[in-house]
Design a binder for this molecule. Structure first.
Ligand SMILES: *[C@@H]1O[C@H](CO)[C@@H](O)[C@H](O)[C@H]1NC(C)=O
Ligand SMILES: *[C@@H]1O[C@H](CO)[C@@H](O)[C@H](O)[C@H]1NC(C)=O
Length: 243
């Protein structure tokens, strides 16, 4: 029996309802082409960077509109899968203006400002493997921001596949539909002729209101520092120092 035949046996409304209830609220589509006016103007550098970065495809591929495509991150075989803790933490504090304490190896986006906060938000909403919590990111995701800023390699595929693998191996009651967009891209790639006979989940986008929200002064203690973007974020030709 083919998958398409199996799908016909399962009640569509029930399946769709279940899928909605268990689908991650993350792995959203990012803004790569915002209208450059109002608050969005202040984020121009980081949005431009994200649009030309190696995660650009991953944050903008919409499997409902453009299928089938491959999920790809332009990883190189020499890319590391992790960076030392002191290196990530040093970069966050010295270059990104991070002031927060680190509890359980998580970084909170409220402790960086300006374009950094938007950058962190996009990483959490589009790339993270979280089920809940839109304010914090783990060490691995914090490391990817360092790698992207310095134009250093990082094995993004591993980040995604490790999370999917952990999800498959976790107890049933903890499971949810992780990475709905990425999984759809993988399915479309592996099974290009699968008939789309059931209702597709709506692909969600990052809310445009964040552009204005992040500009509002907030009263967190201690106060994060304003630091300009640097390295590869503002210079396409930037090469990471060896050290
Ligand atoms: C994003 O990149 C594409 C090419 O990859 C380009 O056509 C488009 O103009 C860029 N958008 C912005 C907002 O820079
Ligand atoms: C990324 O890491 C995974 C797991 O360690 C490995 O199998 C894969 O080959 C790596 N990707 C690249 C392009 O090196």
């Amino acid at each position: 029996m083919s998958l398409a035949q199996v799908m016909r046996f399962i009640s569509l409304p029930i399946l769709t309802m279940m899928a909605r209830a268990f689908t991650s609220e993350f792995n959203l589509l990012a803004h790569t082409e915002p209208e450059w006016k109002g608050a969005a103007l202040q984020y121009r550098e980081i949005v431009d960077f994200l649009n030309r970065s190696r995660i650009s495809y991953a944050i903008s591929a919409d499997p409902v509109v453009s299928r089938p495509r491959v999920l790809q991150f332009r990883d190189l075989s020499t890319d590391p899968t992790a960076y030392p803790d002191y290196f990530v933490d040093g970069c966050w504090r010295q270059r990104m203006g991070y002031v927060g304490v680190r509890d359980y190896a998580s970084y909170k986006k409220m402790w960086v400002l300006d374009q950094w906060r938007y950058f962190a938000h996009i990483m959490i909403m589009c790339i993270s493997s979280r089920k809940a919590g839109k304010d914090a990111m783990g060490h691995d995701l914090a490391a990817t921001m360092v790698g992207l800023s310095l134009n250093r390699g990082y094995n993004f595929s591993r980040y995604v596949f490790k999370a999917l693998n952990d999800q498959i191996n976790t107890a049933e009651r903890f499971r949810f539909l992780l990475y709905p967009r990425f999984v759809q891209l993988l399915i479309d790639d592996a099974l290009p002729n699968l008939p789309a006979t059931w209702e597709r989940l709506q692909v969600k986008r990052v809310d445009k209101r964040v552009f204005a929200q992040f500009l509002k002064p907030d009263s967190v203690e201690p106060n994060p520092e304003h630091t300009a973007l640097f390295g590869h974020l503002i210079n396409e030709a930037y090469v990471a120092p060896d050290d």
